[in-house]
Design a protein around this ligand. Structure first.
Ligand code: NI
Length: 267
């Protein structure tokens, strides 16, 4: 699987679960906009073949190398960002994982199901694009996990796939800056994640971001219950030049901690 096929596969699954992203992209293109992805994000589980080291090995096969590392102690998450060495315009990739041994014993047992699925899945890029590689969890399990860690609930339901795509605000031509983008998004009827304020970050930290609240889509749980739960969201990122004059390419943990909350059940 090459880089293009990887991103195409991620987008195909993401757009089916995120109707708002399709609608927003179509709206932007309708304005004559240039839609370029700043980055995409993946979620996974520590101490599995698809932990940060494992996913890093897979991303290296399509030319990606590590840009930086981040920790989110309150959310029990660790993350790394990657960029494509040969193509600075290729989307960056942000990968996070949930630490093990931090939730209650019941929840850790439920996460064992996820870990076993990841252990049995083919160790290939393709696996990162397909969603859960385990039997659907029960609604009770989802609720129990989400009550202790919204991230854990989301991961058990949706697995390995793009959690969000991110529009590069710098590449837009008709909307000048993130505030203008946010105003347009809201004028189209989409809700923005308000955690930490509508805009996370600023020129002072070289990165400003906003995101929609995740779509809610129908989900068929393993117990037979069907109900709608948060799927994925769309993000918007504006980058600012660092001291060298080049656009900052990294991420800001204080921004990301609020962006994670775009998939919370109560948004
Ligand atoms: Ni992001």
């Amino acid at each position: 699987m090459d880089r293009t096929a990887f991103f195409d596969a991620l987008w195909r699954r993401y757009r089916t679960l995120t109707p708002q992203a399709d609608a927003i992209q179509a709206g932007l293109l309708g304005r004559g906009e240039v839609v370029i992805n700043d980055h995409i994000a993946l979620r996974s589980l520590a101490q599995t073949p698809f932990d940060l080291d494992g996913i890093e090995r897979l991303l290296q096969t399509i030319g990606y190398s590590e840009l930086d590392q981040y920790t989110f102690p309150e959310k029990h998450l660790d993350a790394r960002a990657y960029r494509c060495v040969d193509d600075p315009d290729a989307p960056k990739i942000f990968v996070s994982t949930l630490r093990r041994g931090v939730l209650s014993r019941d929840c850790e047992r439920e996460l064992d199901v996820v870990a076993e699925g990841l252990a049995d899945a083919p160790f290939a890029l393709d696996t990162l694009t397909k969603g859960p590689c385990w039997s659907p969890v029960s609604y009770t399990t989802f609720e129990q996990l989400a009550s202790e860690s919204e991230y854990a609930g989301w991961l058990a339901a949706w697995g390995l796939q793009a959690n969000h795509f991110t529009v590069s605000v710098n590449a837009l031509r008709t909307l000048a800056g993130l505030e203008a983008v946010n105003d347009w998004i809201k004028s189209q009827g989409f809700a923005l994640n308000q955690s930490g304020g509508e805009i996370k970050g600023s020129a002072a930290v070289l990165l400003a971001q906003s995101s929609t609240c995740a779509d809610h889509v129908d989900y068929a749980f393993g117990c037979g219950t069907k109900t709608s739960i948060p799927s994925c969201f769309y993000e918007f990122a504006e980058r600012f030049p660092d001291a060298s004059g080049a656009l900052f390419q990294g991420f800001v943990a204080a921004n990301a901690t609020h962006i994670f909350e775009s998939t919370h059940r109560q948004q």
